[in-house]
Design a protein around this ligand. Structure first.
Ligand code: PGA
Length: 257
């Protein structure tokens, strides 16, 4: 697609006619960072998301790897979150999601992949979370962070009530979030009650942040996020503290703006 087919609302918001085009635009921005870092002989540190939103982005990145020679050899990745209490092989774990949609199909080095583990023992989680933050710092921070948004305004699993200065931690999942996941888990009682998530502060430290929202289901929360003052009740409103955040929507997600 060409950028000319997008309708700019403001400089940092791109509205694309379709979900495919919004995803392609997002994938291209990520690929550009990977390539720019390659030219400098540096690693590209990607902050990655899971869920329905990034699926087509990953599909596009895989196509770029297969057809255009985009290599992930210089990529280091940090995922936003993982359900607590499930193993990396659980069919709904984010470890498995990332392998299925991206890692198994590109040449990223396994040692460069980082996700929180749902198997971390409760009495060690605090320490593991500190180490996760330290690893991000070790790589000089995240170069480009991909974000989706939950219908309750969460980013990663920073549920309503999450403070601005929060870092990687164990969190109780909001009933809204658990309800949204009930179908895929085969019933609400099977949905984990907790997750490990990067914090708002962790996310806001990324050098670049892309928020991608697709589909009619996201239109209401996008409108609320843009209209509301910053509040922990809608964690995505904290993104307003960074005027440089790039929003990429399809027409449906942007339809109430
Ligand atoms: P979704 O979830 O991509 O599956 O819509 C986004 C989120 O909850 O952050």
């Amino acid at each position: 697609m060409t950028k000319a087919s997008n309708i700019p609302i403001e400089n940092n918001i791109q509205v694309c006619p379709t979900q495919e085009q919004a995803s392609e635009t997002t994938a291209q921005l990520i690929a550009d960072v990977i390539k720019a870092k390659q030219e400098l002989g540096q690693v590209a540190v990607l902050g990655l998301a899971t869920g329905n939103t990034p699926k087509l982005v990953y599909k596009e990145l895989v196509q770029m790897h297969k057809n255009q020679g985009l290599t992930f050899k210089n990529v280091v990745s940090f995922n936003l979150d993982e359900y607590h209490g499930i193993t990396p092989d659980h069919k709904l774990s984010y470890h498995r999601f990332m392998r299925e949609y991206l890692f198994n199909h590109v040449d990223i080095l396994p040692e460069n992949i980082h996700l929180p583990f749902g198997t971390w023992k409760k009495n060690r989680i605090g320490q593991h979370c500190i180490e996760y933050e330290e690893k991000i710092k070790h790589y000089n921070g995240i170069d480009i962070q991909l974000l989706g948004i939950g219908r309750n305004g969460h980013i990663a699993f920073n549920e309503p009530g999450s403070p601005f200065d929060s870092v990687t931690r164990l969190i109780d999942l909001h009933p809204f979030t658990r309800n949204d996941a009930a179908d895929e888990f085969g019933g609400l009682d099977k949905v984990p009650t907790q997750a490990i998530t990067m914090g708002i502060h962790t996310i806001m430290n990324a050098k670049r942040i892309l928020l991608l929202a697709l589909g009619k289901r996201k239109a209401e929360i996008i409108k609320k996020t843009f209209e509301s003052e910053m509040t922990p009740q809608i964690p995505a409103t904290f993104l307003k503290a960074r005027p440089d955040i790039e929003y990429i929507f399809d027409t449906e997600a942007a339809s109430l703006l």
